[in-house]
Design a protein around this ligand. Structure first.
Ligand code: 6PG
Length: 245
């Protein structure tokens, strides 16, 4: 399964391409079934794309009343914390005006028990998608990032999340960051109708090359194998700089 790779000239073009991808998938999903359900990643890379989507330029292009956003992953911080993915995504998507209440679902990260936080996140998915036992949610779009260590979502190399097949949401102890993360698991990501990676900057060029050119390297980002077809990789020229070597 060959991934599709689209190289954009710079970070701004990357953000625009990601925002367009979101808009066109939102439109076709709403047309086809009346709703659009996406899972969005945190981190730095997608922020500009979310600001474009939330800004005045995009007004009217996404039917937010028919859109539901879940988080791909979250950090173990209160939702007002500067490190909170919910906070970043909420701020960026509302930069040009409010969203309908409840449009963005968050994790209850205020609690002390990581397993309970993950269970609650899973319960919210089960409820929204009305899942029976053993069923997986089907997102219309999952937007992922990638770290220089090859992690995606909060599925870090060497953590239990890499091989999690039962849970929809996992609590992951990330020793090198001395923290807990909460993440959608690979079966959930793979069940999405579309998976798009966003990668920016020369600091990720070597890892991107490994992920795309060395199938046996076993990095978490390579373990994403959507049932609906290969992921789309939107990358800027700096991130793509090692691909032709
Ligand atoms: C997070 C993420 C994570 C992110 C990568 C890339 O919470 O950090 O969702 O998986 O996508 O770490 O992050 P950057 O875009 O900040 O490089």
């Amino acid at each position: 399964m060959e991934p599709f790779v689209r190289i954009l000239p710079d970070a701004d073009a990357l953000a625009r391409a990601a925002a367009e991808e979101f808009v066109s998938r939102a439109r076709s999903s709403v047309e086809a079934k009346g709703t659009f359900v996406a899972a969005l990643s945190g981190g730095h890379t997608p922020r500009r794309a979310y600001e474009l989507l939330g800004g005045t330029e995009a007004r009217g292009r996404v039917d937010w009343r028919r859109t539901k956003i879940f988080l791909v992953d979250e950090r173990h911080v209160p939702y007002r914390d500067p490190d909170s993915n919910y906070r970043m995504i909420h701020e960026a998507l509302t930069s040009g005006g409010a969203l309908p209440p409840g449009c963005i679902e968050r994790y209850e990260t205020e609690g002390d028990d990581p397993a309970a936080i993950a269970r609650d996140g899973e319960e919210r998915l089960r409820e929204y998608f009305r899942l029976g036992p053993g069923e997986l949610p089907r997102f219309d779009l999952v937007l992922l990032g990638m770290g220089a260590d090859g992690h995606t979502a909060s599925i870090f190399p060497g953590t239990t999340a890499v091989d999690e097949r039962e849970r929809l949401v996992a609590a992951v102890r990330v020793e090198k960051l001395d923290t807990w993360r909460f993440t959608l698991t690979l079966p959930v990501i793979d069940h999405a109708a579309a998976v798009v990676f966003l990668v920016s900057g020369s600091g990720k060029a070597a890892t991107l090359r490994t992920v795309l050119r060395e199938p046996g390297a076993g990095l978490p980002a390579q373990r994403v194998r959507p049932v609906g077809g290969p992921p789309l990789w939107l990358v800027d020229r700096a991130a793509a700089s090692a691909l032709e070597r």
